[in-house]
Design a protein around this ligand. Sequence first.
Ligand SMILES: *Cc1c(COP(=O)(O)O)cnc(C)c1O
Length: 234
Amino acid sequence: MITFVIQIIYIMSISDNLLKLRQKIPSHVKLIAVSKTQSIQVIRDVYQAGQTHFGENKVQELLSKIPQLPDDIHWHFIGHLQRNKVKQIVPYVHLIHSLDSVRLFEEVGKEASNIQRIVPCLLQFHIATEETKFGFTSEEAHDFLKSSSFQRNTHVQLVGVMGMASFTTDTQKIRTEFQNLSYIFNRIKADFFKQEPSFKEISMGMSNDYEIAIEEGSTMLRLGTIVFGEHTNT
Ligand SMILES: *Cc1c(COP(=O)(O)O)cnc(C)c1O
């Protein structure tokens, strides 16, 4: 009985938390709940509170969660993706945020074509000063989009860009990096996707910087900590 009551209070606090968060997010901005390291039960609670888009950053973890959770969840892949694992996620993934190299792009194209799926993806840009973050530079992306590799492609649908700001408390630095990503998006849109309304997404903003990201034009927030709290029960 006690645990039941605690469970009810817990579920109420999840929905309450989600509701308050949604009130801070404009309606044109999509919330992706980053469920990495969270248990099936907690993800189900967040799903029951109305959240249907979830993000994972590891292939094995994603594959083990999918069959245990409702079919109508849209799964976003947000982490660095190795080419030898592309085949495993291509049938299930709603959007790959982390297309960070030409070779990865070609692999996704090949596997998507094998199962006759068109897979929506975002081009990841390296906007932070940290060495550890993956992604294209603006120049590399322009070269790639002009190349025959991209022009020939039929099974990857590029729908926008993604980036991660530096991990810092310097909010001006974060803002400048997000502005840079918005600028890159606008240039690519003008140069390569003018006639394609589906190229419209800017995936930027995590728990510590999502308010700045919204101000700088984000259309997709990837939020973990602020949705699920600090606890991680694997
Ligand atoms: C973990 C992760 C997030 C969410 O981070 P929080 O700070 O918990 O909101 C967003 N994007 C990527 C790529 C991540 O790996």
